[in-house]
Design a protein around this ligand. Structure first.
Ligand code: IMP
Ligand code: MG
Length: 189
């Protein structure tokens, strides 16, 4: 049974608020307007990157006032040992036919940029008319690729964030805001 306000039962006991719901909504609305202008008269396919983009994608597509198609692609980084470089795994089973269409990849966060770089490269093999990227968060200080996201809502500092789709160990995705994990808290154990 949950007790309201009890730190042991609160879903966000270990999380410090960084970007609130109102701020996120305003930024996603603005991004939707920008995309609606830039893709007017272009056949657009939005490709959400699983799993982190689920909230952004569902909110964003409702702010795009254009006909569009929706698809999904899965990306995960697998780190075998602490010393080996992470290996990007991409599952394209849910990617629809994008030949002759303009693709916008939507992800939660652009961190080192390796995931988006790998996704853009893989998408090229599907021969779309164009591929661009949109993310909610950009941790620019950690980016190591030449590439930059074509669209982003917020620049954030080098801190581990959760909520609005972003996870820590597959938890916290359901928080409606973006928060920073407080490592001293029990929630990280
Ligand atoms: P990149 O390949 O380094 O740009 O990392 C992108 C992926 O790493 C994202 O799609 C997230 O799954 C994950 N990631 C990076 N930073 C964070 C964070 O602060 N919180 C949660 N997930 C993160
Ligand atoms: Mg992710």
């Amino acid at each position: 049974m949950s007790v309201k306000g009890d730190a042991r039962t609160r879903r966000d006991a270990a999380v410090r608020r960084l970007i609130g719901e109102v701020e996120i909504h305003a930024a996603v609305e603005q991004l939707g307007r920008q995309i609606s202008e830039e893709y007017a008269d272009k056949p657009l396919t939005i490709l959400g990157v699983l799993t982190g983009s689920i909230m952004l994608v569902t909110d964003l597509i409702r702010q795009i006032e254009l006909p569009l198609k929706l698809g999904l692609i899965q990306a995960s980084s697998y780190r075998g040992t602490a010393t080996s470089p992470s290996e990007l795994r991409i599952n394209t089973a849910l990617v629809p036919d994008v030949s002759d269409r303009h693709v916008l990849l939507v992800d939660d966060i652009f961190d080192t940029g390796k995931t988006m770089e790998g996704l853009l490269e893989r998408l090229q093999t599907f021969e779309p008319r164009s591929v661009k990227s949109a993310v909610l968060l950009w941790k620019k200080v950690r980016t190591i690729v030449e590439l930059e996201p074509d669209y982003h809502c917020f620049l954030i500092p080098d801190e581990f964030v959760v909520g609005y789709g972003l996870d820590y160990n597959d938890e916290y995705r359901h928080l409606p805001y973006i928060g920073v994990m407080e490592e001293s808290d029990e929630g990280l154990k």
